[in-house]
Design a protein around this ligand. Sequence first.
Ligand SMILES: Cc1cc2nc3c(=O)[nH]c(=O)nc-3n(C[C@H](O)[C@H](O)[C@H](O)COP(=O)(O)OP(=O)(O)OC[C@H]3O[C@@H](n4cnc5c(N)ncnc54)[C@H](O)[C@@H]3O)c2cc1C
Length: 162
Amino acid sequence: MFREMRRKNQALSAEACREILSRGSTGILAVQGDDGYPYTVPLNFVLDGDRIYFHCARQGHKLDAIRRSSKVSFCVVDRDQVLPEVFSTQFASVVVFGRARVVEDPEECHHGLVKLLEKYAPAFMEAGQKEIRAEWDAVQVVAIEIEWLSGKTDKRSMEANG
Ligand SMILES: Cc1cc2nc3c(=O)[nH]c(=O)nc-3n(C[C@H](O)[C@H](O)[C@H](O)COP(=O)(O)OP(=O)(O)OC[C@H]3O[C@@H](n4cnc5c(N)ncnc54)[C@H](O)[C@@H]3O)c2cc1C
């Protein structure tokens, strides 16, 4: 059901995709928004096995969309270097397709928030745990179960890295 990349020689390995998802700071979530319009929104996130977690407020456009349809896409740009002299760009990016799930289980919510803390604020774990307790009632954790993922880089980078 999911498509193969047309330019297979530019495809990144599964391992390289996971590395990009691990180090990426921002991803763009695409959901099926209002009235048939796609809605894309930037988010911080963490990869945890075959799952991505993000956190957000308990209401809003993206949550309404996810509740209507769990099918989402998520894109992370790892590199974007414009080379004007050759009218090209050195890039690497990953595209994920999956199912978003509003996490209801408190233990899993806590797990997702701790994973986010470990990624974004590892030097502030204790203060972060306090923040989790303070914001508990206001925060929603969402999991994206990854169903398909692909990574792509430009030809020049692919050749340079063998
Ligand atoms: C680098 C980065 C990281 C972020 N990380 C997080 C995160 O981890 N968790 C989180 O909850 N939020 C994060 N945000 C904010 C996020 O992009 C959304 O603004 C927020 O999640 C609210 O989304 P919503 O659909 O509930 O907004 P709503 O207020 O319900 O959206 C209503 C409308 O507001 C507009 N809108 C909403 N967000 C944006 C936006 N970012 N830019 C432009 N227009 C917008 C859209 O037109 C949307 O239809 C981040 C933003 C950036 C730029």
